[in-house]
Design a binder for this molecule. Structure first.
Ligand code: NIG
Length: 384
């Protein structure tokens, strides 16, 4: 089955040769893009969809979420808005609720949030374990996640659970937990921060993940300056996420590496932290991704539109940079080449906006703009 998407007023391809195409069309066959170019030159296809001059771009690649959970932390959020600081310890509240939930409940919550993200234009999504923190709870989180999302990350090293000592817990994460989750995950992650895991514990977790054949990612420099960024760069991590507090040395290290700096503006706002220094990173040449960090504690939103608008309105990024970071940037953070771009050979992940240009993502801040969304060539969302 082939589809011709035509009448695109402005097509952002993210392909260096194709660039932005006006009066464009895209043709895909089954799951894969086959042709991109001017509408006037488009080949025929089995199905023809005319989007009436609207803008189209790759679906968002949300490379950082924590969606396998149960429970609600409204009161923690309200306390924070009244002046209480955010701390890593709040994770324990969600751990308690998640452990008591049934598999069906966790899966239903995950599916509902992924559907919400898709309605917002997200077509490729990573999610993490990390609210189980026992061998069996982490294993089931990984299994449930693997049935629903594109990329699953093992985050057993999210917090030391109250019933364990740090030493014995890190040993368990590096051994029996990794053995148990291995078949359902591609990545290992560690929260390297005061109140979570220190540098040497985090390094052990990353090395153990690498021994198990997993790619690595790090939560770092979220609540203060710290060793997370340098550790991520030294160990060849695909991404270091948060990057709210960066020294000049951290920025230089990122600029000289393949490690993507993944910025999470909705989290910075919801935890009342400063917004991450996107401009310093971009000006240094570091690769930047934007992600939602959707989770019930520090960032309870799946809206990538919001992250892009915030990056433009408050972080000094241009629309082009922000769109790139929320698509190709996320794909790089996941080491994927098939998403975040519209070009022959890519997965047919495309969103059409209720707007004539991508600039409206910031210009019409707060308005959800995804009107039609295709994931792997299949229409997933239509807003009338
Ligand atoms: O990325 N930093 C660690 N993990 C999450 C927070 C999870 C929570 O508070 O429940 C984050 O912000």
């Amino acid at each position: 089955m082939s589809t011709l998407l035509t009448g695109i007023g402005e097509l952002t391809t993210n392909d260096p040769e194709l660039g932005t195409v006006r009066d464009a069309a895209v043709v895909w066959e089954d799951e894969q893009v086959g042709w991109v170019g001017p509408a006037a030159a488009a080949p025929e296809a089995d199905e023809r969809v005319d989007v009436g001059g609207r803008a189209a771009l790759p679906g968002w690649v949300d490379s950082h979420t924590h969606l396998v959970f149960d429970g609600d932390r409204t009161s923690e959020f309200a306390a924070r808005m009244a002046g209480q600081p955010y701390s890593a310890g709040g994770i324990a509240t969600t751990v308690t609720a998640t452990r008591s939930a049934t598999d069906e409940r966790l899966a239903a919550n995950l599916r509902a949030l992924v559907a919400e993200a898709m309605r917002g234009g997200t077509t490729c999504l990573e999610t993490k374990t990390g609210y189980g923190l026992t061998v069996s709870d982490e294993t089931r989180s990984a299994r449930i996640a693997a049935e629903v999302v594109d990329e699953v990350t093992f985050l057993g090293a999210h917090l030391v659970p109250a019933e364990r000592s740090a030493e014995s817990y890190v040993e368990s994460v590096c051994g029996e937990m990794l053995d148990a989750v291995r078949t359902n995950v591609s990545w290992v992650d560690v929260f390297c921060e005061t109140g979570a895991f220190d540098e040497s514990q985090a390094a052990r977790v990353l090395r153990a993940g690498q021994r198990h054949g997993l790619g690595t990612r790090v939560h770092g420099n979220q609540l203060g300056y710290g060793p997370g960024v340098q550790l991520a760069v030294r160990s060849g991590a695909a991404s270091v996420d948060h990057c709210t507090y960066l020294s000049d040395g951290d920025v230089d290290a990122l600029a000289g590496s393949d490690t993507v700096a993944t910025l999470l503006p909705a989290c910075d706002l919801s935890t009342k932290q400063p917004l991450a220094p996107a401009r310093r990173l971009l000006d240094s040449g570091a690769a930047v991704a934007l992600a939602s960090n959707a989770n019930p504690g520090s960032s309870y939103t799946t809206s990538m539109d919001f992250c892009v608008a915030t990056a433009v309105l408050q972080m000094g990024m241009s629309v082009t940079e922000a769109v790139w970071a929320a698509t190709v940037g996320g794909a790089r953070a996941l080491r994927r080449h098939d998403v975040g771009v519209v070009r022959p050979g890519a997965r047919a992940d495309i969103q059409v906006l209720s707007a004539p240009s991508a600039t409206h993502l910031a210009y019409r801040v707060g308005v959800p703009l995804a009107r039609r969304v295709w994931r792997a060539g299949r229409e997933a969302v239509t807003v009338s």
